[in-house]
Design a protein around this ligand. Sequence first.
Ligand code: BGP
Length: 471
Amino acid sequence: MTTTPFPDGFLWGGATAANQIEGAYDVDGKGLSVQDVMPKGISGPRSAQPTPDNLKHVAIDHYHRYAEDIALFAEMGFGVYRFSIAWSRIFPKGDETEPNEAGLAFYDRILDELEKHGIEPLVTISHYETPLHLAEQYGGWTNRALIGFYERYARTLFERFGSRVTYWLTFNEINSLLHAPFMSGGIPIPEGGVPEQQLYQAMHHELVASARATRIAREVAPAAKVGCMVLSMPVYPLTPSPDDALAVMDADHGNLVYGDVHTRGAYPGYFLRTLREKGIELDITDEDRDDLTNTVDFVSFSYYMSIAETADPSKRVTGEGNIMGGVSNPTLEASEWGWQIDPVGLRLVLNQFWDRWQKPLFIVENGLGARDQLVEVDGEKTVVDDYRIAYLNDHLVQVGEAIEDGVDVLGYTSWGCIDIVSASTAQLSKRYGFIYVDRNDDGTGTLERYRKKSFGWYADVIRSNGASLTR
Ligand code: BGP
């Protein structure tokens, strides 16, 4: 295919998150977030206080090196850059009435650099960074009070940055809450786990908060485009048995309900059945129902892998899912971290979401975490990451196929456009970037940045608007 299926104005770029890139975890008035007491991500226990082994406390020191990093993004030709604003930089405890000016000023500096290079910002309001005080004093999103705190935070951002930021995402992977209550919902996890009633109530509170933020954006920043953000994970039946197909429908429903509410403005019948069968009575007010009708302008999502499902418990060889594991798919290869690699799955999910919601779609995370080897080529330090080029090429080809299918795709921001701390395991050795950062899991390293082979490859993809992809 010589002509590119990618439309003019397609937004090419990369994505990061404050807690995984910035460091400076206690600088300029920033309060602690749940990430500052998760030294091993969701793969290990939280700590009572910040601990020196938490790589996120320095991360890759983007707080001080943001100008250099954004210049590298511009060198690749980024049209868009997705980043999150750390809630606890703006409201250190989360329940203050006035924001922390030094925190706001940092993001002004980020936006200044992006504007200098003509890069469109795409801002995630809450990316697994709930202020720790809201978790510990209020129980996180199980507490309805968080809706008001989040509303104040979102309004502050829209008022401060609304004239400079068009694209906003309310919550990162809002559908991960039931699977990662502390990281995703700021919910302390007692012995025996969080009661389901509380988890579903927390889900409701976040959905109401997301809808209220959407309404506020329309009042305060009329040019804003507000999107929800979900973790996408196509689910395949392990066998053609109808029972496995039913297991797939149930798994899909568990994920799709969040997008359904954000695009249709009400809970779907299958979800109400789930609540009835679990004996859960949600506290939903008439005001909540009215709030939920503030639907989004677009749907954004992360895509890394697909998974299989089966109704047969004896076949449940659990796969290494990102946050929501499933059953391993015997037809797929996996990454070094066990994530099953499936480019076609991205075409499937783009079609599924477009057919279901008829809202423009934005792929805001996709990438391969791998152990990269720094080498010297022609006197330059680099990484020969052909495996990452292959992964991204094959996934972008499928994005092109979906666009040919008639799906309206706004853009693509690869995850971890620069090496950053991973979320699930809090490692730096799980590298995603086009740019290598010299820092290791033991905290050693110079923090120097080096262009990988994929840096030039991606620059060509952007320059050719996808025509350089190999099908
Ligand atoms: C998603 C998160 C991102 C990012 C990504 C990669 O769930 O939204 O923050 O971390 O996963 O996962 P990891 O960093 O665990 O490899």
